[in-house]
Design a protein around this ligand. Structure first.
Ligand code: HEC
Length: 415
């Protein structure tokens, strides 16, 4: 009793208060004087969301915000590469708004770390409001769906043979095809829909639904390097507090929703590929996902199926030289177009199927005249691409439909 009484003397109280006050000053003073530097991609359709998030995080940390707005579109067609992201991560505490395919594994950017996912977004089905079409499967047979040339949603249609693709050259044209009622639905990157409809004041006329397809759902993370681990921790704490109060949902809407992507949909097990990327669609987001694919290491699967005949591959070679080599190189090493051979092209991490690659080839190539070759030519060229990537020839010929539907993994097997 006496002890307690003694501790409660005014003098020791004063001392206790002093300790608390010093702690508050040290912490608060540091935070107030501190600056958090956050990188935001100004070329991204989601830039307004990223900026709001940066402001909210700084407020929660009691820090001054230094916003570094970089141009994710880069100078070239390919957007930023790993080197650019390393430079950004050194300049900023965190690089916000990096989308990662929900089914991807491994580090989204080699050599950098990612925070826990704070939101999710992706490719959505856009339909006129109130139609009740929530997925590709729910669209009436024969429906035309607008989709942008060389974007991921092109591959979804391979699984929905009753729908017709209306391939447009860019996202604005895709949205226009929907607006003019030429098509009943469109598939686009959610932030793009939000910004383009917003600009035209048309949000209330359309519904957006998350697509239940492979490579449609993306988690949003912030990237950082070794030197900024503390900043990443503070960021995650701020985000957790915002999630608890509902502020996060408000900050991300309508570009994204809080939390990680709910489901990695059946079959959605991979990182994004460069090709679907954005050279032409200008989704900085898409472009960045390329790095995901490149981050993966290639592995040799146990069983190698035979999918085509040697005769097909031989004709395919000639057709390739005639129609493809001026952009992809005579040795498939890449020139104006990317390499079509090797671990970078066909990596295990990207988890693409033969059918996915064939869809690109038959629908989008040659880049100057997509879909212009006879069906057989595409099949034979595909046989040649398989051979060049280490797939053995067999006794059964590949057909157009088989190629299109093939779920065999397309992974470089060395030679
Ligand atoms: C005029 C140039 C050009 C021609 C001709 C051309 N391509 Fe392409 N191809 C490209 C470009 C550019 C890309 C990359 C597109 C992008 O990233 O936006 C590409 C991408 C591809 C991809 C995806 C590569 C990856 O990394 O995922 C494949 C497969 C492909 N082309 C196959 C072909 C085939 C087969 C032919 C011949 C039938 C062909 N291309 C003809 C320019 C061309």
């Amino acid at each position: 009793m006496k002890q307690v009484k003694k501790l409660n003397t005014p003098r020791s109280n004063l001392f206790a208060w002093f300790v608390v006050l010093a702690a508050v000053l040290a912490y608060g003073g540091h935070a107030r004087a501190g600056t958090v530097t956050l990188c935001v991609d100004k070329s991204s359709a989601a830039a307004p969301m990223d900026t709001r998030l940066a402001q909210a995080v700084a407020r929660h940390e009691g820090a001054t915000l230094a916003l570094h707005r970089f141009d994710g579109a880069g100078d070239g067609d390919d957007g930023l590469g790993a080197k650019d992201f390393h430079r950004l991560a050194a300049q900023c505490d965190l690089v916000l708004g990096f989308p990662v395919d929900a089914g991807a594994h491994g580090a989204p950017m080699p050599g950098l770390h990612a925070t826990r996912a704070y939101g999710h977004t992706g490719f959505v089905l856009v339909t006129p409001r109130g139609k009740g079409w929530t997925s590709l499967a729910s669209l009436p047979a024969g429906s035309r769906v607008a989709v942008t040339y060389q974007t991921t949603p092109n591959i979804y249609l391979a699984d929905h043979p009753k729908l017709a693709a209306d391939v447009q050259l860019d996202d604005a044209a895709t949205l226009k095809a929907l607006q003019s009622r030429k098509d009943v639905a469109a598939m686009l990157w959610r932030p793009t829909v939000v910004s383009q409809l917003g600009e035209r004041g048309l949000e209330q006329h359309y519904d957006m639904h998350e697509l239940d397809e492979s490579h449609a759902r993306f988690d949003l993370v912030a990237l950082y390097d070794d030197a900024h681990a503390e900043a990443a921790k503070a960021f995650e704490q701020a985000v957790a507090a915002m999630a608890a109060s509902g502020e996060l949902a408000q900050t991300l809407a309508p570009y994204a929703q809080p939390g990680a992507a709910l489901t990695a949909v059946a079959g959605a097990k991979s990182a994004e590929r460069r090709v679907f990327g954005a050279a032409r669609t200008r989704h900085a987001a898409d472009r960045r996902c390329a790095a995901n694919a490149r981050a993966g290491k290639s592995r040799k699967p146990a069983r190698v199926p035979t999918l085509y005949t040697q005769a097909q591959a031989d004709i395919g070679k000639a057709k390739f030289l005639e129609n493809c080599s001026r952009c992809h190189g005579r040795d498939l090493g890449g020139m104006a177009g990317p390499a079509l051979k090797g671990a970078n092209f066909a990596s295990a991490a990207s988890h693409f199927h033969v059918g996915d690659i064939f869809t690109i080839v038959s629908q989008n190539m040659p880049a100057t005249q997509p879909g212009s070759l006879p069906k057989d030519d595409y099949v034979e060229i595909m046989a040649f691409l398989l051979q060049e990537n280490g797939y053995p020839a067999g006794s059964t010929a590949l057909t157009f439909d088989q190629a299109k539907q093939s779920k065999v993994d397309f992974i470089y097997r060395g030679q």
